[in-house]
Design a protein around this ligand. Structure first.
Ligand code: HEM
Length: 479
């Protein structure tokens, strides 16, 4: 009653809760989309909920996406939300542990390394990593069997990303102690560190040791390459691209900065691509007919038997691309994008102003499963992309340069799996190359089905993952 009577009409409505500090933490954490949907019906597109003492204001729909993604630097801050989680993992001086203009320059450096030319060299490397993994894996002995994607896909993702972006030294090191360090570092990337930072748990101590060891490893790679460039003639990876650069004001990008950026790239790409790959394979196992259509697409476009996959082939496989798009519609890995409010934010078309004590949260995954924008939104149907666009009201969207190249502001779209605005993903094209190549290779290797029900979503790790073990029944394809 108190919550209703004391409501300030100028502030967004607050989701009803029994316990003050805990608020709606549990309902949100268990299934954020259900939580958003239920409360959208009661309160509209903009409402506040309490999460461990924080006031989180959810901004739904294309307008909500626009408000959060394209707010001014003086209005919201991403670093204030993410730094406690990311800085101990990535290391100091990069991404959210530096002023925003530095991040924009770092993103520009990273983007320089993601060219068509490098992608061309990456496709055969990814194919090789996947085929080699399947050949050697104990999970794929014999002509048929059952395999847990929760065990396999994290490895395939890290091997393909490391062999391409991170360079041969890192890929080779993953066969040794680097893998254990990566695991310890990865454990630091969890919601507890996001919500209650700085707790000196044994896990966080292992994280800090692993961070220093990994950074040292990258710095040694850089030093060796500098002394003897012939050691690594293949110059398509990101280490070569980031080495020996200078920021606009003349400050050199140190080897430590490069090491920390490499760790950031590894982490940013690993969980997102892994979750997406798992959902792709699960949907194919769930719809064997669709898997067959993909196989037929390869036969008709690339010959029978299909020729070795090349970068240019990826854009000639529309059904493959639509499968990826549709998976990212229903399962965007990042379900909640948050910012700390820095100055009061007026919500257009409403009487509300969001105070600077609040956080704002956009959920493009919520608008991507809303029937106002997508017909039969809960149905997984890649063919919808044959006619449907990304739903932007204005297809000639405004372009903007935040410092890391011209990007579409993407504001009015209900479909934004890679975000928008100054924090927009720079890994989209790489992710599409990685996902497309893994998908096409998988289609060549296997027929599949699901052994049981389609797995539920596990939201406990901040990324929308398929619940372990996420098994599929596979049969090696004869061709
Ligand atoms: C930012 C999604 C893969 C690097 C983002 C954001 C999203 C996103 C939604 C915006 C976050 C925010 O606004 O707070 C995805 C998805 C991926 C993917 C769905 C794959 C399916 C990758 C890969 C890399 C990468 C492979 C690296 C090669 C980055 C970086 C940022 C970013 C550096 C910028 C962070 C910032 O400016 O604050 N990504 N990402 N991502 N992503 Fe990705």
């Amino acid at each position: 009653l108190q919550q209703i009577l004391l409501r300030d009409p100028k502030k967004p409505p607050v989701v009803f809760h029994y316990f003050p500090w805990i608020g709606s933490t549990v309902a949100y954490g268990m299934d954020p989309y259900r939580f958003f949907g239920d409360n959208q019906k009661k309160y509209g597109d903009v409402f506040t909920y309490v999460m461990l003492g924080r006031n989180m204001t959810v901004c739904l729909g294309p307008h909500g996406n626009e408000m959060v993604f394209n707010a001014k630097l003086s209005e919201v801050s991403a670093e204030e939300v993410y730094t406690n989680l990311t800085t101990p993992v990535f290391g100091e001086g990069v991404v959210y542990d530096c002023p925003n203009h530095r991040l924009m320059e770092q993103k520009k450096f990273m983007k320089f390394g993601l060219t068509t030319e490098t992608f061309r060299s990456y496709v055969p490397l990814i194919v090789e990593q996947v085929e080699d993994y399947i050949k050697k894996s104990p999970f794929f002995k014999g002509p048929k069997g059952t395999a847990s994607l929760s065990k396999i896909i994290p490895e395939i993702t890290i091997f393909t990303a490391s062999r391409t972006l991170q360079g041969k030294e890192v890929r080779d090191a993953l066969n040794g102690s680097f893998a254990a360090d990566l695991h310890d570092l990865d454990m630091g990337f969890n919601p507890m560190n996001f919500l209650m930072p700085g707790i000196p748990t044994p896990g966080n101590r292992r994280r800090d040791i692993a961070q220093r060891k990994m950074a040292r490893f990258y710095m040694d790679v850089i030093q060796r390459r500098r002394e003897d460039p012939e050691q690594s003639k293949d110059k398509s990876d990101m280490v070569w691209n980031l080495m020996d650069r200078k920021y606009k004001d003349g400050t050199p990008v140190t080897d430590r900065d490069v090491a920390h950026m490499m760790i950031a790239l590894l982490m940013a790409g690993q969980h997102t691509s892994m979750a997406t790959t798992m959902w792709i394979i699960l949907h194919l196992a769930h719809q064997p007919k669709l898997l067959e259509q993909l196989w037929q697409e390869q036969l008709s476009v690339l010959g029978n038997p299909p020729r070795p996959l090349a970068y240019e082939d990826l854009s000639r496989l529309p059904l493959h691309n639509n499968v990826i798009k549709e998976v990212l519609r229903l399962h965007p890995p990042l379900h909640s994008i948050m910012r700390k409010v820095k100055s009061p934010l007026v919500v257009r078309g409403t009487p509300y102003t969001i105070p600077s004590t609040h956080y704002v949260l956009a959920a493009p995954g919520a608008s991507a499963r809303d029937s106002r924008y997508f017909k039969n939104p809960s149905i997984f149907d890649p063919s919808r992309w044959e006619t449907q666009t990304n739903g932007a009201a204005d297809e000639n969207e405004e372009m903007h340069d935040f410092g890391f190249g011209m990007i579409s502001k993407g504001t009015q779209s209900p479909y934004l799996p890679f975000g928008a605005g100054r924090h927009r993903c720079i890994g989209e094209q790489f992710a599409n190359v990685q996902l497309g190549t893994i998908l096409a290779t998988w289609v060549r290797l296997f027929e599949m089905e699901l052994p049981g029900e389609f797995p539920e979503v596990d939201y406990t790790s901040m990324i929308a993952m398929a619940k372990a073990p996420a098994e599929v029944v596979w049969r090696k394809r004869d061709y």
